[in-house]
Design a protein around this ligand. Structure first.
Ligand code: ADP
Ligand code: TRP
Length: 320
């Protein structure tokens, strides 16, 4: 059993790319690993979110609805365990500037014209603190976050070289078998491209979004290709083998248009997330329960963090 840790930024409505690319794996991992999952609200500050408090509660609610089980996982909000900020400072002294200046994510953001500030640059140091504070062994990430886990490892090695084997060295894990979920325009689905199909939303609105999916221009009668069809590629995430073959046959037979397949996709998706919607309604009506879950999670996380931070205080001489 390995300790798996993951952080989620509270950055808005979750989409089906988030679900199949990350959340579903997290829920699965609960069965076989010791899972630690937290809402990275300090990290979200770097993008200047105005509704951070609301988004934090919304993200917690959505993750619980989608299957994060507080009995199995330690689930908390990053800022509820303040020791992470202490470790962030300690690690700063073991972080060469060059390491941060070379980070792709930082370079991409500043190249896009986002004003550089200290939190944008030091973002990977806080992420290293998140990872190292809880003795994480495995960190599942999207491709864009690999380098950040490598930075955490580099910092841990530097610290261990100075003070002995205090930190567990983390490894990243990329979900290669999960293909990138396409958005309604066929590009990677992403909030920043405004091409998302959200998990939770009104039924009519969902259908309206799905109707906007870009498809080939062909007549109703013509047989259609399913292989590169954006509707098909989205639908297949929700279907079993039999249903998939059935849909393929509908494409190749002709006589139905993409409009029909879109309605089918909307129905299948609505059904798929049905039980999650119900759970979400429950948690929305019981926000105090969500807060209690997060508090219990923070206490569990702190209990893991405290012995390590004590060791670090002793080793560095902060404890006098
Ligand atoms: P966004 O691109 O919408 O801002 P995030 O960067 O917040 O999404 O991604 C959160 C998680 O969801 C990451 O683990 C990422 O790998 C996964 N993810 C996001 N979009 C997709 C996608 N289109 N296909 C597969 N996984 C995705
Ligand atoms: N930077 C991650 C992201 O944007 C979120 C995150 C913060 C994280 N701290 C972490 C992920 C620690 C894994 C481990 O997706």
């Amino acid at each position: 059993m390995k300790r798996v840790l993951t952080g989620i930024q509270p950055s808005g409505d979750l989409h089906i790319g988030n679900y199949f690319g990350s959340i579903k794996q997290m829920v699965e991992a609960q069965k076989t690993n010791e899972t630690f999952a937290f809402i990275a609200n300090y990290h979200a500050m770097t993008s200047g979110s105005k509704e951070l408090a609301e988004l934090t509660m919304q993200t917690a609610t959505d993750f619980l609805a989608l299957g994060i089980d507080p009995e199995k996982s330690t689930f908390w909000v990053q800022s509820d365990v303040k020791e992470v900020l202490e470790l962030y400072w300690v690690l700063s002294s073991f972080t060469p500037m060059g390491l941060l200046e070379r980070a792709h994510s930082y370079k991409d953001k500043t190249a896009k014209g986002i004003a550089s500030n200290h939190s944008l640059l030091s973002y990977p140091v806080l992420m290293a603190a998140d990872i190292l504070l809880y003795n994480s062994e495995i960190v599942p990430v999207g491709k864009d976050q690999i380098q950040h886990v490598e930075i955490a490892r580099d910092i841990a090695i530097k610290f261990n070289n100075a003070y002995g084997d205090i930190f567990t060295l983390p490894e990243y894990q990329v979900q290669t078998e999960v293909a990138t979920v396409p958005g309604i325009d066929g590009q990677k689905m992403s909030k920043s491209y405004k091409n998302t199909v959200n998990i939770f939303g009104e039924e009519k609105k969902q259908l309206k979004t799905i109707k906007k999916i870009v498809t080939e221009q062909v007549t109703l009668e013509e047989p259609k290709k399913f292989e590169n069809c954006n509707v098909y590629n989205m639908a297949k995430l929700f279907l079993n083998e039999k249903e998939l073959i059935n849909l393929q046959n509908r494409y190749t037979k002709g006589g139905e248009g993409h409009g029909h397949f879109k309605i089918y996709l909307a129905d299948v998706m609505w059904e798929y997330f049905g039980e999650y919607r119900e759970k979400r309604e429950y948690y929305l009506a019981h926000q105090e329960e969500v807060r209690d879950i997060l508090e219990t999670g923070a206490n569990k996380a702190r209990a893991v963090a405290l012995p390590l931070i004590e060791k670090i205080r002793a080793a560095t001489g902060i404890k006098y």
